[in-house]
Design a binder for this molecule. Structure first.
Ligand SMILES: Nc1nc2c(c(=O)[nH]1)N[C@H]1C(S)=C(S)[C@@H](COP(=O)(O)OP(=O)(O)OC[C@H]3O[C@@H](n4cnc5c(=O)[nH]c(N)nc54)[C@H](O)[C@@H]3O)O[C@H]1N2
Ligand SMILES: Nc1nc2c(c(=O)[nH]1)N[C@H]1C(S)=C(S)[C@@H](COP(=O)(O)OP(=O)(O)OC[C@H]3O[C@@H](n4cnc5c(=O)[nH]c(N)nc54)[C@H](O)[C@@H]3O)O[C@H]1N2
Ligand SMILES: [Mo]
Length: 787
């Protein structure tokens, strides 16, 4: 491992840096040549597999090489030739493994055998599948109340698995079906239905080809959804402006070289991605958008006075919207100095953005975690919709709202029943199909699950993928609470920290990955996913399974169901596993509007799109119109500000992903685009703040959360590096910084953890090791495995 270093990255996103990075991981994971050929099947529908990395749309017809750097890494990660079998667990106690980093744990390779934790030896021991399911079933049946069990799902599993899992939980008797989107785009699922009557993006790839302008808020395309850079590049080649709002200058939003274009790779051609780049301060987006809205009203006044065409789409506002007058009054009423203070942007910057926006006729507004993971995440999204509605940028070709989703099937899982909200369950259909009464009370979301684990109400946790205890807030409070669970079952592909934080009875159940051939009674099975643009398609794994005896996710759900539920004459779990087409028939019966003729339509070239009223200007809102919704406040954090947290030594910390990770999966210690090499234990700060607080580059700091709930939260040591970030803001990595995030510090209403705005104070620490293998200092507890 090289020494940590910081050097601004001069190259564009994509390009040779990307090509080298892919080659490196193929070698490191010892992917055989036939494995590299795997990449040719990536994102090729029907007879290839959907990338296991992000949810970005796949074009039709597909490109010859349809993968990006991070997609290739994810494929390599799943198809590694390393194995983590019973012999590994025999060599290491769980207490020992608890001191390993996230990187080292997953680096052990694919899990091959079901394992049960044995407290006496402090080791995981191999167990037969039958025995495992029998004990888990017994434990689940013994719970006093089905609501004591949580069925979590991370956003990767296919639609078939998700649907079966939801049926299992509901037949068991609970709506406790939180998923990773509770930490992610749940703010979208709350905001958009109120504004425009749909919970997801209103645009397709066709709209991206037709747009003539784009607004980009808090999404790091070059790292999080690199394939989208192709559409951004095409837009720029058409001359469409891209106006970006982000506290830091993300390379993928600045410059891009298509690594799949020989011409671009061999010449100095590169695309300038953003035409305007506004370094809004953390949580300043509502104010920045309000500034743009205010400027649009001024521009409209000028147009009216000069007899020019209106800037507002008056006809659209009249016919299709509600709440405009109150909205107009509010926006006009804001003062520029207040908007400047709240957004961190100058009036002229907000006006320049408005002028550019007003020049375009077909605008898409894209956003990511920079909007959703805030106390006012829901309101920020609704403000962005307001801005679109002012110029009729909704429900016409080339225009609309684009939440860029995270996990590759997270959007689809919600569509087929993974939800804690009872009113989203098609209860009548489920009753008719399976003759049971679905539970009518809401279940827990992720935050409520954490609260239930902390106070002991939750006693069992079944996880279909993910690394829950590492991804959630307050990890240092959650780990001891987790140990009190009666039952912890983790269906996984790789070893992670959640396996090591055990309950009284703990199982690791290894499963097939999506890239692998899934052979069942009727032959090799297809599965389906829904991407960020609501496009549903069929896929099929192509690699040989990592180990003999691995079960598919649907098979695991079915075995859990059979071990736990009473027999149901209307549901043959074995038949479902034998033929996933039967599961799709059931999905079509439960959700006919979206999934009618599922088995046929999934094979259509390009798949099929779910119907979305808003994209046809049909508004499934209470008012029957698209709603202008005023934000209650422009302050990011009412709670902490009330506590006097605007003190000058309190900074807002955002927790970020590096280019070398997928969520809690750490591929390596380099964040190429941000110039960080060899470490993740960093804190990025404005050099003025560093000077003011007396820090020099390379100083080791401790970050302490500044809230007044009596809990001490700190992470150390973090190496400080000067960075181009607004004053008063700083950045560190997720999940290492999750110990700083209070479980109650979440978005109002959506309860998405406010991971992008943690109030912290920083101070120097003395003892520090540069060795990334040295996990933490004893006192006070640091981010576990922070390297
Ligand atoms: N390589 C890779 N790809 C991934 C993932 C991964 O971990 N690695 N994770 C997947 C998942 S599950 C998800 S949800 C997505 C996440 O993808 P993104 O939505 O891109 O999420 P982040 O990388 O956490 O941060 C997004 C951006 O928000 C900016 N930001 C922070 N605070 C603010 C703010 O207050 N305002 C504004 N305007 N911007 C702000 C940050 O600077 C950063 O550029 O990516 C998916 N794809
Ligand atoms: N501070 C902070 N916290 C955050 C965020 C943040 O930005 N900042 N982001 C949040 C977001 S957006 C998200 S989505 C969550 C992510 O939270 P999770 O979805 O729970 O976490 P992942 O890291 O994606 O899960 C990784 C594990 O999934 C398992 N896995 C991988 N592939 C498969 C598969 O095909 N099947 C099965 N069964 N298992 C598989 C592997 O064992 C791997 O260890 O974290 C959230 N937490
Ligand atoms: Mo996510």
């Amino acid at each position: 491992m090289s020494q940590p270093s910081f050097k601004p990255y001069q190259a564009p996103s994509g390009g040779w840096g990307s090509a080298y990075s892919v080659a490196n991981i193929l070698v490191r994971e010892r992917i055989p040549l036939s494995g590299a050929a795997l990449l040719l099947k990536q994102n090729k529908p029907i007879d290839g597999f959907a990338c296991v990395s992000c949810a970005w749309a796949k074009p039709h017809p597909s490109r010859p090489l349809s993968f990006c750097e991070n997609g290739a890494k994810a494929t390599a990660w799943e198809n590694t030739s390393r194995r983590c079998g019973p012999d590994f667990f025999e060599r290491h106690t769980v207490s020992e493994l608890l001191n390993w980093t996230d990187f080292d744990l997953e680096q052990q390779g694919r899990l091959t055998h079901p394992m049960r934790y044995d407290a006496a030896s402090d080791k995981y021991r191999p167990v037969a599948w039958d025995e495992a399911f029998a004990e888990i079933g017994r434990e689940l049946k013994a719970m006093a109340d089905p609501n004591e069990v949580v069925f979590y799902m991370s956003g990767r599993a296919a639609l078939e698995t998700a649907y079966m899992y939801a049926v299992l939980a509901r037949m068991y008797g609970t709506n406790n079906l939180p998923d990773s989107s509770n930490m992610c785009h749940e703010s979208t699922s709350v905001a958009l239905p109120e504004s425009i009557g749909v919970p997801v993006a209103t645009v397709t790839l066709n709209d991206l080809h037709k747009m003539d302008g784009m607004l980009f808020f808090g999404q790091n395309t070059g790292t999080s959804s690199p394939r989208m850079l192709h559409q951004l590049q095409e837009a720029r080649e058409r001359g469409a402006p891209i106006i970006t709002f982000n506290p830091i200058r993300e390379r993928g939003l600045e410059r891009f070289v298509n690594p799949q274009s020989p011409r671009e790779m061999l010449t100095p051609d590169e695309t300038k991605v953003s035409t305007q780049y506004h370094q809004v301060k953390i949580g300043g987006d509502i104010a920045a958008i309000a500034g743009m809205c205010k400027a649009l009203f001024d521009l409209d006044d000028e147009a009216v006075a000069a007899g020019r065409p209106r800037v507002l789409d008056v006809a659209f506002i009249e016919q299709h919207t509600q709440g405009f007058e109150a909205f107009e009054a509010r926006m006009r009423g804001y003062s520029w100095p207040m908007l400047e203070r709240r957004s961190g942007l100058s009036r002229s910057a907000m006006e320049a953005a408005a002028v550019e926006y007003a020049r375009c006729d077909r605008v898409i507004a894209a956003y990511g975690m920079g909007l959703t993971q805030h106390r006012h995440g829901v309101q920020a999204i609704q403000m962005l919709v307001n801005l679109l509605l002012m110029r009729g940028n909704m429900g016409k070709e080339g225009a609309g709202i684009l939440p860029v989703r995270g996990h590759s099937n997270v959007q689809g899982q919600r569509t087929v029943g993974i939800t804690e909200k009872a009113k989203k369950v098609p209860a009548d259909n489920l009753r008719r199909q399976f003759g049971f009464e679905p539970p009518s009370e809401d279940g827990v979301n992720t935050i409520e699950a954490c609260e239930g684990i902390l106070d002991g109400r939750i006693k069992g946790f079944v996880a279909m993928g993910g690394n829950f205890v590492r991804a959630i807030p307050d990890t240092l409070q959650m780990e001891p609470a987790w140990r009190k669970l009666q039952l912890s079952v983790q269906v996984s592909t790789k070893l992670n920290r959640n396996h090591l934080v055990t309950g009284k009875i703990s199982y690791i159940l290894p499963c097939l990955g999506r890239t692998e051939i899934d052979r069942q009674a009727t032959g090799e099975q297809h599965h389906t996913t829904e991407d960020s643009t609501g496009c549903i398609r069929a896929w099929r794994g192509v690699a040989e399974p990592a180990a003999e005896g691995l079960l598919s996710e649907p098979a695991i759900v079915a075995r859990l169901a059979k071990a736990t539920l009473v027999d149901n004459p209307n549901l043959d779990w074995d038949a479902w596993v034998g033929n996933y087409g039967l599961v799709r028939d059931a999905i079509a019966e439960s959700y006919p509007e979206i999934f009618h003729d599922f088995n046929v339509r999934m094979m259509e070239p390009g798949g099929f799109h779910r119907p979305l009223g808003a994209s046809k200007r049909e508004w499934a809102t209470e008012s029957g119109k698209a709603n202008f919704i005023n934000p209650p406040s422009l302050a990011e954090d009412p709670d902490t500000e009330a506590g006097g947290h605007e003190a000058r030594d309190v900074l807002q910390l955002m927790t970020l992903r590096s280019n070398d990770q997928f969520n809690t999966t750490v591929y390596g210690y380099n964040d190429r685009f941000r110039g960080i090499q060899g470490t993740r234990a960093v804190i990025l700060m404005n050099s003025n703040d560093m000077a003011r607080l007396g820090f020099a580059e390379g100083d080791k700091l401790e970050a302490i959360t500044v809230v007044h709930d009596g809990v001490h939260r700190s992470v150390r040591p973090l190496r400080v590096t000067p960075y181009n970030i607004p004053e008063g803001c700083c950045a560190g990595y997720y999940p290492e910084c999750n110990a700083l995030l209070p479980v109650w510090h979440h978005a109002e209403r959506s309860k998405v953890p406010a991971a992008k705005s943690i109030p912290v104070r920083l101070r120097k620490v003395i003892a520090f090791s540069d060795d990334p293998k040295v996990p933490r200092e004893p006192d006070p507890p640091a981010g576990v495995g922070a390297a």
